[in-house]
Design a protein around this ligand. Structure first.
Ligand code: URA
Length: 196
């Protein structure tokens, strides 16, 4: 698994399938456990991620880590975190369909290798591209969907929660639903999780 994941990251580092390759500083293949219970999928790198080559390390990333910790998940123990596109879109714009389409086979390969028990899709871009749908975020939330046999839950992107605090309560409801399914599938998953 480690070798295959590293090979994917090396292919990403050399990728020039879309225009985002021209403006990136670093590619951001993903980070976390190579035996993850959960994969968390966001939209794409921002400025901090482009600088470091690591996903979700800016303000949204700090919030994401708090959200995951609340349900006994973390990138250092039982999660792998990645994005739909692996290079920063200029000005943090939403990735264009052709950019997402050019990139998503890397993510698909990572999901296939890592075989998480559950997927958490953060925000509309992640949800729509993974599920190949144009359904609205509000309709995609609330129930588990299927991603190639893996249950997938859609929730708000942490950046949206930072912009609109009224979304925090519904997002917490999503996380509780996610935790309940995780507990159903892996009853002792939180057993030796130590909160920071
Ligand atoms: N937002 C994302 O969607 N992904 C990141 O990696 C960081 C911020």
């Amino acid at each position: 698994t480690e070798q295959t994941m590293n090979a994917i990251a090396q292919k990403v580092a050399r990728c020039s399938r879309c225009v985002l390759a021209k403006t990136r500083k670093n590619t951001v293949p993903g980070f976390g456990s190579f035996q993850p219970l959960v994969m968390v999928i966001g939209e794409g790198p921002g400025a901090d991620e482009d600088e470091t080559g690591l996903p979700f390390v800016g303000a949204a990333g700090k919030l994401l880590d708090k959200m995951l910790e609340a349900i006994s998940l973390s990138r250092d123990t039982n999660c792998y975190i990645a994005n739909i596109v692996k290079c920063r879109p200029p000005n943090n714009r939403t990735p264009l369909p052709e950019e997402a389409d050019a990139c998503i086979s890397f993510l698909e390969a990572q999901i296939h290798i890592l075989k998480p028990k559950l997927i958490l899709a953060a925000g509309r871009t992640a949800a729509q591209n993974l599920l190949k749908t144009t359904e609205a975020l509000g309709r995609l939330r609330g129930t588990f969907r299927d991603y190639n046999g893996i249950p997938l839950l859609v929730t708000y992107h942490p950046s949206a929660l930072l912009r609109d605090v009224s979304l925090k309560r519904p997002a917490w409801e999503d996380l509780k639903l996610f935790r309940a399914e995780l507990l159903r599938l892996v009853p002792d998953y939180a057993k030796d999780f130590i909160k920071k």
